[in-house]
Write a protein that binds this ligand. Sequence first.
Ligand SMILES: Nc1ncnc2c1ncn2[C@@H]1O[C@H](COP(=O)(O)OP(=O)(O)OP(=O)(O)O)[C@@H](O)[C@H]1O
Ligand SMILES: [Mg+2]
Length: 257
Amino acid sequence: MPDAKPLIQVKNLNLYFGNFHALKNVSVDFHAGELVGLVGDNGAGKTTLIRVLCGIHKPTDGEVYFDGKLVKEFHPKLAIDQGIETIQQSVGLCDNLSIARNFYLGREPVRKVLGIPLLDFAKMRGEATKVIRAFGLRDNVSADDEVERLSGGERQSVKIGRAVEFKNRVVIMDEPTNHLSVREREHVNELALQLRNQGLLVIYITHDIFQVHKLADRIVIMENGEKIEDASTDKMSAEALEEVIRQGGRVVEKMES
Ligand SMILES: Nc1ncnc2c1ncn2[C@@H]1O[C@H](COP(=O)(O)OP(=O)(O)OP(=O)(O)O)[C@@H](O)[C@H]1O
Ligand SMILES: [Mg+2]
């Protein structure tokens, strides 16, 4: 059961890019231990909304709260401060570095030898190996291999493993299964559920309402910068939610015949 108090609270958020009104009075809550599907057509504002939560965009007006505390400054460190990891297809890993190095990117462990700080390669290799095995990488892949060698699904697994290892509270997955095979997609979805079951908040962005309905506790639909639906998956079927997307949130009056 999700906590009663929201981990993230968004209130009356508006964002303009110049004259373009990209987020229109969006209010939404997200709880720890919840998997929320964020769905909507191209350009609906899904990525823009999560970029605000990560501090990449500053809203024009409205408020964001983490644990009930108002965010006063939006800056790119907000995501790190709040323990948010974003997982996107094709970004977030350096192809020409080893899996172990990618795992620790930006927070490499250091050991001192005669007072001189050196990267602790043994620790990076050991920890990364443990995690890639737990997250289902092939047995013949080692932590010393370059990320280039990995399949799309395995890359996602490294990023997800990293999110778990560094005790993030929120994992945002923006179209995480694009270009993945059916098996890899299932694996990534399974990991999303694992994170949720460990008590993390998972925000799962996709166009595919049917795929995410199977995983999510709740679906939020956006359209043209507005939130047009916010319903738990046990109250609304995927078919009913697809109809909302099709209608763009417009209430269709029944024709009398
Ligand atoms: N930095 C920016 N400057 C100007 N306009 C932007 C910027 N970022 C996004 N937009 C516009 O805001 C709207 C919402 O974009 P956003 O990327 O949030 O959509 P989305 O729901 O993530 O779509 P998709 O499913 O295609 O990823 C789009 O019309 C887009 O062109
Ligand atoms: Mg997007």
